[in-house]
Design a protein around this ligand. Sequence first.
Ligand code: F6R
Length: 619
Amino acid sequence: MCGIIGYVGKREALPIILDGLHRLEYRGYDSAGVAIVGTKGAGPNAEGGRVKTSRAVGKVAMLASSCAGKTLDGTAGIGHTRWATHGKPAEKNTHPHADCTKQFYIVHNGIIENHEELREELKKQKHVFKSETDSEVIAHLLEDAYKETPVLEQAVQSTLRKLRGTYGLAVVSSYEPEKIVTARMGAPIVLGLGEGENFVASDASPLLSHTRTVLYLEDGEMAVVTPTTHTIVTLDNKAVERGTETIEWDADRMQKGGFPHFTLKEIMEGPEVIENTLRGRLITEDGLAKLGGLQSISEKLREAKHIIIVACGTAFHAARVGEYMLEEYAGIPVEVEFASEFRYRKPVLDEHTIVIAVSQSGETADTLEAIREAKRKGATTLGIVNVVGSTIARETDAGIFNHAGPEISVLSTKAYISQLVVLALLTLTLGRERELSLTMGKKIAEALQELPKKIATILKQEKEIKKLAKKYAKYEHMLYLGRKYNFATAYEGALKVKEASYIHAEGCGAGEMKHGFIAMIDKEFPTVAIAPEDSVYDKMLSNIQEIKARSGRVLAIATEGDTRIGKLADDVFYIPKTIEMLSPILAVVPLQLFAYYLTLERKLDPDRPRNLAKSVTVE
Ligand code: F6R
């Protein structure tokens, strides 16, 4: 969703901020803007001391060209990519927003819930609003607060006390030009520390080309950043001491590396991703997984009677596969729930419940709140997270990192397969402490190790998938059908297609087909049937026959060497054989590529699906 970058130092701020905004593009946005604090002297009347802005609807490139015609010199500034919540994408709604005197500029991620009442009060005091956003109230409140206490951080502090809702915020002012004040409540803020320069951002991606030394704010904290200092306090002004962290991802991994799109690059990284997720974690001869991040809760895990997995979107589909793995091989009852539902109902939890959050970004608002709710109710929480340092990673009692590397594409692909691998490793760990035999443990461990090679053979057949996409791109609707372990694969395959190609695709548990969905089937409504040779293979063949009997076209995902399915389905894509519980990891890869090529066939950009944001940090 919205992205923030701020710079204060000795270099010209504009190019750094524009570059940062480019690097934040992956989060999804509809407009972008910058505010640069003039260098020559402080105060509204000082020569060059004023804050200058530029804003544009559309891509960061549009903003860059609008900046080209202006003088935006200065060594401090803030920038923002906006994903509209309150007020449509329009220049007037694009951040930064200013107060009436144009001395305070703010960029804001999150939602101010009491913005309407604040706006009404401010209007009564003759404040004039320029935008329809909830965020603008912050700038006007600051204007008033600064009159009372003319110190920027104190004015920010008293403003924040009036807000209800969520914010990741950065503020600059012409009164104090070498300073950015930033604060966090529910929307992440990270400080990047350099030599004689410092940065503020909503995630680490725009910082990596400048510094790897970062520091994350916690909710209810505010930081004051100058070129050479950073201080953190709580909203009630208590000093916070926090050590820095070093980011291991390097900036190169956040580039396309010769691929036309991040989506394709990340799908193609599959074999390497699995190797990284598995590295150092398997003890094959003992049929065990060694997950260091679980040590602190090992006792709780041994005594666990119930697992609830909370997640959203693609991560939710990974959780569904995890449920089947854990119940079959670890024998623990598992429930999977949309985080957005879990947090608002009254789940029954106790100290024997483990609540697992699966989240690539570690910042999804609903998943984070679900975890907080679970903690309040006394459950032990565990995060399966890709982004190190993210809020969910920090707030859960224990965690397993995916090690999938930065996922830039809005479509989650490589993170999904790494989530499935982590869930398989967790199954081994919990299973071997319970009823999973050494023989089966070894079989799972060996099968996991073979996955990278098997994915590589699928990826080599990219051209075949491209041809299939050419055939199917003309359809407006598609059904994705799967059973048991590949029930979730059907939903995930359909989600990928919807997200990027805008073809209406529906996931369906194959057993449910006859309970309604079959009414839709005709020659214009093809089916993608995920039918590897597993314990429900014959049932899938029956489903395919039923579709063919109603003139539906079928593209099947089947196991190499299968001689039956080709006689029924119109098209077949073959994947290597693996054990049933790991088949979703292989089956999803051709579906990811299929969605990618369908999108290209429809002349759309898979890296920039409309209306979507990479990380959903508001509910
Ligand atoms: C789909 C997709 C989303 C995310 C969902 C959860 O391609 O990317 O459905 O999976 O928003 O995000 P995380 O995993 O960051 O919590």
